[in-house]
Write a protein that binds this ligand. Structure first.
Ligand code: GLY
Length: 364
């Protein structure tokens, strides 16, 4: 079964394709292109296996090579270095070798975790991303960032390790709760602001069909996001400069997530709030047209995403210092000169962050 669409990723370390399919028919054919494969290991959550194995198992079984599922616990707190020993042991017990292929089937947590396992098991075995959430489809499955958490920091142990391919089965999105859709939409809005132009207009139009996994409107949003990410990753795979723009909105988002103990907001919701902080700062520091403040609020509202939070602005500002991007008492932000023209590593003082955050929660 041919993919609906394909995007070529040209990273410095590897070139590969993101294939968008309606469903799992086509997975077997795709895997065959990477032969010889001695065995296949599907790293996923038990609940995802329950939902999708009836679709992917026939594809994989038809290849006639040994395959196994290894369940990993979902949730950011389980994407932890202490979990990895159990997974490595399972791989060894089940006979994984250097010609095995790992399939990371799930959302961002599974992709990061399984990718990290693949990058380290026997000094690196091949793996593929099969994203089942919108966020993973438009962001985390593409670009090769893989990592696990340490007690004292998120994504502290990891590497850049590109998959052999990304297989995106749109049918998986049909099972997503509304909140998960919103989470992905926040990253799509981020890519819209970063790329500007026609893609931003598509994002802004918020056609109601974007919540339908079979719609051409959703497909266009996904493709646009992946194309944007592909262009960035092809220029700066290891985030020495340009790739930092993908962190637009994330500095404040991480502060809010940590202040609210990762309970109040999903990652995407926190990013939505962070995007508005970045836009307010951009109007103050980079001459972005102030009309974008109301425009962004409208876009976020239309996608049912929050743009303000009750946390004390001083506290939020202080928490941004925990971000890896800070220097001294200022924090490095990604800002926009205009949509489509991001700029990174802009030092912002804590009181400027606090004042921007205060402005955005004015109409609470
Ligand atoms: N999610 C940001 C990046 O891949 O660089």
């Amino acid at each position: 079964m041919n993919p609906l669409r394909e995007v070529q990723i040209r990273a410095f370390s590897k070139e590969y394709k993101v294939q968008i399919h309606s469903d799992f028919r086509g997975l077997g054919e795709t895997i065959k292109r990477f032969y010889p494969v001695s065995s296949i290991f599907i790293l996923t959550e038990r609940k995802l296996s329950g939902l999708f194995s009836k679709f992917y198992e026939t594809e994989i079984a038809s290849l006639g090579i040994p395959y196994h599922e290894i369940y990993i616990k979902g949730g950011e707190k389980n994407k932890h270095i202490t979990q990895t020993a159990e997974t490595y042991n399972r791989l060894i017990e089940l006979g994984a070798d250097r010609k095995s292929l790992i399939l990371a089937l799930g959302g961002g947590v599974v992709g990061d975790y399984a990718g990290f396992i693949a990058s380290t098991f026997q000094r690196g075995v091949r793996f593929a991303q099969i994203p089942t959430t919108l966020l993973a489809s438009v962001d985390s499955s593409v670009g090769g960032k893989v990592a696990v958490n340490a007690d004292l920091g998120k994504n502290m142990i990891g590497s850049f390790y590109q998959p052999e391919f990304v297989y995106l089965p749109l049918i998986a999105l049909s099972t997503l709760p509304k909140r998960e859709w919103r989470c992905g939409m926040a990253e799509i809005v981020k890519h819209g602001l970063l790329s500007g132009g026609e893609y931003l207009e598509k994002v802004r139009s918020n056609d109601k069909n974007v919540y339908d996994h079979t719609s051409s409107e959703l497909l266009e949003l996904i493709i646009g996001s992946i194309l944007y990410k592909a262009s960035i990753v092809s220029q700066d795979e290891r985030e020495t400069g340009l790739r930092k723009v993908l962190n637009l909105g994330h500095t404040t988002a991480h502060a809010i997530e940590s202040l609210t103990n990762y309970r109040k907001y999903s990652h995407g919701e926190a990013v939505a709030i962070g995007l508005l902080t970045a836009i307010i700062l951009s109007t103050e520091k980079q001459g972005l047209d102030p009309a974008w403040i109301e425009d962004l609020k409208k876009i976020l509202n239309a996608y049912d995403l929050p743009y303000k939070d009750k946390s004390k602005s001083g506290q939020v500002a202080k928490h941004t210092l925990h971000d890896k991007k800070n220097v001294g008492n200022s924090v490095r932000f990604v800002l926009l000169q205009s949509p489509g023209n991001p700029i990174w590593d802009i030092p912002i003082e804590l009181d400027e962050i606090a004042s921007a955050f205060k402005k955005q929660k004015k109409d609470l």
